[in-house]
Design a binder for this molecule. Structure first.
Ligand code: LLP
Length: 440
């Protein structure tokens, strides 16, 4: 296989320079590997900001100003990203005290934070209330009652949205589908429990219900999924209005738009999709004769994924004639668990030798003591690939750093951001002392 621009450069922030080196936002990936070492996460700040703007501008335009974009920070949570999200006018979705704390330390105004999670402990609830988190997205009855009690003890009234399961199958991997009736998340409309929890929320003295939330799944390519979710949720809103007199001020439609890991996957035009959802929402509100709520979207992956890539250095190249070839890299499932967990596809390229003939088919594997530690199978690389060759895995901006671990006591890689072609460190490389920091 030869270099194929269409297939290799799946995102338009990538290019190849005169030395045959991969570049991202103008920065030479091989040079970044030399300067910062590998494994290395690289993130294109300009791409990130562009995606934030596309979402916010198109949503504000399509919904006549009645829209909010929440960065689903679980996709990539570190201080710098909250600074950028705030700077770009986004709110954020947080799912743990760790994410709340990171956002807070970055100076993110927590009144613009929406606190998710299907099981917030009393300590989580108290921490979030004490630190002024704007909204809780409440999953279940027990949680709702705990928030009411804890807010009451603190003399506060907490604004909340209820997470509702609309009962939609988004046709994505089971592990990341969340909107079906049998999901562990949210309260189902179909069973009548969504109505019950709405009435309960309205009756509690320290709870202020502002609206409803749903999230049907992640890595979704079928835009119809969002239209159906909006339709079902608006029917529910109108039904609750008729039954209780409560009219939702906010409807949060969650995140989930899919991204291209391979050139064969479709490209989703976010602005077009948002316009489509807006047309559907507006028509439905007219039909139901209700005022349109503020519409929120919670994108994670589609904001950060193609801003990122991971750089590795090859180690051993093992050829087992008649069987399989392996190229081991200096990273692992500890920095990219997504193939091991979901068999996620990735585009993997020889970053320091892009124009070379790719005549070696190999599994690119990590260095954890585990056979399942695979970054990607059946990768085409040059047969000159050897200890020291630089390999890049593309589109790793979402759920790679945030799902990274210290398995085998490996240190987590740094994140180097690229702004106007210039690199800077946003997250430093972990040290061996970080590894033992909690050991007494
Ligand atoms: N809102 C809620 C309530 C969510 O649960 C999620 C993702 C999002 C928004 C953002 O969805 P996105 O736009 O990123 O698709 N670890 C998996 C993905 C899990 C998604 C969990 N929830 C992966 O690596 O593919």
């Amino acid at each position: 296989m030869a270099y194929d621009r269409e297939k290799d450069l799946i995102c338009d922030n990538l290019d190849v320079n005169e030395n045959g080196h991969l570049t991202i936002n103008g920065a030479d990936v091989t040079e970044l590997a030399k300067e910062y070492g590998t494994p290395l996460y690289v993130m294109d700040e300009d791409r990130l900001r562009e995606r934030c703007r596309t979402y916010l501008d198109s949503a504000l335009d399509a919904f006549d100003g009645k829209a909010r974009i929440l960065l689903a920070s679980k996709a990539a949570s570190f201080k710098r990203i909250y600074e950028i999200a705030d700077d770009e006018g986004l709110c954020t979705d947080v799912v743990s005290c760790g994410e709340i704390y990171t956002a807070m330390k970055a100076g993110f105004p927590l009144e613009k934070a929406y606190f998710h999670s299907n099981n917030k402990t009393d300590a989580d609830i108290a921490f979030a209330i004490d630190n002024g988190v704007g909204y809780f997205v409440v999953d279940q009855r027990e949680e709702l009652e705990s928030i009411d009690r804890i807010a009451g003890e603190k003399g506060k009234k907490q604004e909340i949205l209820l997470r509702i399961t609309p009962g939609i199958d988004p046709h994505t991997q089971a592990a990341i589908a969340t909107g079906k009736v049998d999901s562990k998340f949210g309260t189902a409309i179909e069973t009548g429990q969504a109505e019950e929890i709405t009435k309960l929320a309205l009756s509690l003295p320290n709870i202020s219900l502002v609206g409803f939330h749903c999230h049907v799944g992640s890595q979704v390519f079928d835009s119809d999924v969002f239209l159906r979710a909006a339709d079902i949720m608006l029917d529910f809103i109108a039904d609750m209005y008729a039954k209780t007199g409560f009219l939702a001020e906010q409807l949060d439609l969650g995140g989930g738009y899919g991204v291209r890991y391979l050139s064969t996957q479709p490209h989703i035009d976010i602005a077009d999709n948002i316009r489509e959802v807006a047309a559907c929402v507006k028509a439905k509100c007219e039909e139901l004769n209700i005022e349109m709520p503020v519409i929120c979207f919670e994108p994670g992956r589609s904001i950060v994924a193609d801003a990122g890539l991971t750089v590795y250095t090859a180690g051993s190249v093992k050829k087992i004639p008649g069987y399989i070839n392996y190229v081991s890299v200096d990273g692992s499932m500890a920095d990219n668990v997504r193939y091991a967990m979901y068999e996620s596809p990735y585009t993997v390229v020889p970053a320091d030798n892009m124009f070379a003939e790719r005549d070696l088919t190999a599994s690119v594997v990590g260095r954890c003591c585990e056979s399942g530690d695979i970054i990607q199978k059946d990768v085409c690389l040059p047969s000159s690939t050897t200890r020291g060759s630089i390999i890049a895995v593309l589109t790793t901006g979402a759920y790679n750093y945030s799902m990274a671990s210290n398995y085998n006591r490996l240190t987590r890689p740094p994140i180097v951001m690229i702004k106007d072609g210039q690199p800077y460190v946003a997250v430093r490389r972990e040290t061996l002392d970080d590894i033992i920091a909690c050991d007494l």
